[in-house]
Design a protein around this ligand. Structure first.
Ligand SMILES: Nc1ncnc2c1ncn2[C@@H]1O[C@H](COP(=O)(O)OP(=O)(O)OP(=O)(O)O)[C@@H](O)[C@H]1O
Ligand SMILES: [Mg+2]
Length: 273
C-alpha cells in the first residue's frame, strides 16, 4: 500500500520581485510505498523542497484539484509523529551536547528520560558517534554534525523520513560513507525515506526508485525503478549506465534551469548598469 500519495498537486507562489504568480509545481502525482527509498532528483529551483514541505504539511498546495495523503489521511498540517523532516543544512543547537541534540525531538514527544537516552544511543552507535555523546556541536567536523542531525531524525522512529539534500554540504567521500550508513539503517529499521538530491551518483547509489523532475514548473518527467542489486559499486558499467539514463532525462532540464538563473541574474543586474 502507498504510504505517501501525491495526486495532481500544483503549487503557485507569489513572486515578490515581479508581483506575478509563478507556478512552482505542475500537477505532480507521485507515491511511495512502505519501506520505499524514493529519490527526488531535479535541477535547482524545480520545486523539490516545495514538494517535500507540502508532503510534510508545512506548505499548503493549490486548492481545488489535487490532494496529498500520508498513511491514508489527507495532509492538513505537520504530523511529527508520522514524519521526521531533515532540512537541508540542519542546524544543531550549539548549547546542547550531541546526546541532547538527538534527544530534542523525543523531549517534545514527552518520552521519558531513560528511554530518550537509550534511543539516542542506539542511533549514535549506528553511526559510530557514541563516544562523542557529550561533545558540543562546535567540537565536531561537518560530517559528524551531519550524522548527529541524521540521528536526530531517526531517533524519532517515525514511519516516514523526509530528507532534503542531507549530504549536500559534504565532500564526496563523506557522502558515500554516510550513504552506506543510511542504507544500512534503512535496511535494519525499514522506514520509508524520501530523499532529495541534485546528484546523479547519489540517486543511483541510494534509490530504489528515482523521480526525475523537469525544470520549473516542476513536473515528474520520469519515474525510474533502480534495478541494481545492493551493495552497489560506483563506476561499474551497469552503475554508469543508470547514471547515463538519468542524465539523458535531466540534461535538457538542467540547461533550462541554468539559463533561467542567468537570465534572472541579468534582469536583477540591469538597473545598476
Ligand atoms: N515561499 C516562497 N515564496 C515565493 N516563491 C517561492 C517560495 N518558496 C519557493 N519559491 C520558489 O519556488 C521555486 C522552487 O523552489 P524550491 O526551493 O522548491 O526548489 P528546489 O528544487 O528545492 O531547488 P534547490 O535544488 O536549489 O534546493 C523557486 O523558483 C522559488 O523561488
Ligand atoms: Mg531545495
Amino acid at each position: 500500500m502507498a504510504i505517501i500519495e501525491v495526486t495532481n498537486v500544483s503549487k503557485t507562489h507569489d513572486d515578490v520581485a515581479s508581483g506575478r504568480k509563478v507556478r512552482t509545481l505542475d500537477t505532480i502525482s507521485l507515491s511511495a510505498k512502505e519501506n520505499d527509498f524514493l529519490i527526488l532528483l531535479g535541477p535547482s529551483g524545480c520545486g523539490k523542497s516545495t514538494l517535500l514541505n507540502i508532503i510534510a504539511g508545512l506548505t499548503p498546495y493549490d486548492s481545488g484539484v489535487g490532494e496529498v495523503r500520508v498513511g491514508g489521511q489527507l495532509v492538513t498540517g505537520p504530523n511529527p509523529k508520522l514524519m521526521a523532516y531533515m532540512f537541508q543544512d540542519p542546524v544543531l543547537y550549539p548549547w546542547r551536547t550531541v546526546l541532547k541534540n538527538v534527544e530534542f525531538g523525543l523531549e517534545a514527544q514527552g518520552i521519558d528520560k531513560a528511554e530518550r537516552k537509550d534511543r539516542a544511543f542506539k542511533y549514535l552507535r549506528m553511526v559510530g558517534l557514541e563516544d562523542f555523546a557529550h561533545y558540543y556541536p562546535r567540537q565536531l567536523s561537518g560530517g559528524m554534525a551531519q550524522r548527529v542531525a541524521i540521528c536526530r531524525s531517526l531517533a524519532l522512529e517515525t514511519d516516514i523520513i523526509l530528507m532534503d539534500e542531507p549530504f549536500g554540504a559534504l565532500d564526496e567521500q563523506s557522502r558515500i560513507i554516510l550513504g552506506d550508513e543510511l542504507i544500512e539503517i534503512w535496511r535494519q529499521v525499514r522506514r520509508t525515506i524520501v530523499f532529495v538530491t541534485h546528484s546523479l551518483t547519489e540517486a543511483v547509489y541510494l534509490g530504489e526508485r528515482i523521480a526525475v523532475f523537469s525544470a520549473r514548473p516542476g513536473r515528474i518527467k520520469a519515474e525510474i525503478v533502480n534495478p541494481l542489486p545492493r551493495p552497489r559499486t560506483i563506476g561499474k558499467p551497469e552503475f554508469s549506465q543508470m547514471v547515463d539514463t538519468l542524465w539523458n532525462e535531466l540534461k535538457g532540464e538542467s540547461l533550462i534551469s541554468i539559463k533561467r538563473a542567468k537570465a534572472e541574474q541579468d534582469e536583477i543586474a540591469l538597473p545598476h548598469e
